[in-house]
Design a binder for this molecule. Sequence first.
Ligand code: SF4
Length: 473
Amino acid sequence: MCGILAIISQKSNISEELVLSLSMLQHRGQDGAGIATLKDNNSIFEYKKKGLVSQIFSIDILKNMESSVGVGHVRYTTQGSDSELNLMPITLKKKDISEINNSLQNILKKKDISEISIVFNGNIQNISEIKEILKNKFDFIAKTESDGELLGALFLFHYEKSVIDSIKYIQTIVKGAFSVLILTNSGDIISFIDNYGFRPLFWGKKVKNGEIFYMASSETPPLDSFEYDIYKEMGAGDILFFEKNRDPIFYEGKKERQSFCVFEYLYFSRPDSIIFNQSVAEIRVECGKTLAKTAKKHNLLPDIVIDIPSSGYFAASGFSEEMNIPLKRGILQNEFMKRTFILPQQSERDAGVKQKFNIIKSIVNSKKIAVIDDSIVRGTTAKYLIKQLKLAGAKEIYLFSASPKIFNPCYYGVDIAKREELIVNYYSHDGLERYFGVEKLIFLDLDELKKIFDRNRFCFACFDGNYPILQDE
Ligand code: SF4
């Protein structure tokens, strides 16, 4: 999972707004970040580094990158290593291409494109096949392990007839999830999404002092903060093309295949995001209320509800409201720690969880506690915190997951890579209760979750194994 962003104005400098907006997508990836902007001489300047957005970009760097158009990326490693080489944006230049294919140079010259910079969110499944195509047809060998480089190269090599033909070719041959933004050296921004629409991408528009600005973002909060109105929510197969100082051109994809990732609502997206006109926070509250109804059926009577911060909060508030018992802050989170789930190595996750949380003993001591987590994937966080809560004197613990059991890997950009990593595949339900050391363990029922959503537009594959794209494994 990553975050992507683009801004295009008519003339004003956007580099500062680009970076400030990108920091609002930091939760989507903390391995590194980068931006690319167009300089006055129509060449692309990129700057990317490992670390957090706030640590990477200084005033001087932003001054050097002043521009009316640019793209940005925060990386969360699901493909390749977390080395600096794999950070985005990835800029492909005419020089790189001339080394590869002379006839292509002529095509690009004709179209006045000599450079592109690409950012993307998702995961390509048929990487070997795409690499073979690029090698055999165009003698192109990728320099990085990033899927973004492959998508960028495909785009450039097929840019013979039109932007649209090139994108439609990518949408046909690339299997997987990809929400893409491309900056060209003509000052255009091209955006497109795979034919299943797994990952979010929004466009917003604002008019300030008579000047029109557009912003694309993986989530809506940067659009809210910088006063953009929603212009387009990109769905399965959609293409939106912004030529400098012209009205945007939109090509609608086939919506019957739409398979949006339901995990975006349950864990990944910010609670203040709006997706398909539904508030992520409100969906989580709804999941919490549904869990509370199950708790009532089991005659559970906790004294207090506590959330596992921070993504368990809204489900916990729905649970508390439905059960009419108080929601307390019994676990404190160190806000400066990375999100534990998206740390790349298990050893880092184990160490991270210890530094990230602390228990407030006076709140939990002698209490029967309903503990609400957003989901249970590897079980690292829940296992550690239950032990700490018991050490702090909790009398009974009922653990609730506001997502159903996750049995299956994700091939579409979320780091749930292997069945062996998933704790529910190791134990029976009773076994899981013993493993976590809780009096009761309740997961959100999958059918109940599907009732909350229009089941035909969403991917639930990590829960039910019904992958929208057939798997070769
Ligand atoms: S498999 Fe799960 S995490 Fe992956 S896209 Fe589908 S719902 Fe999202």
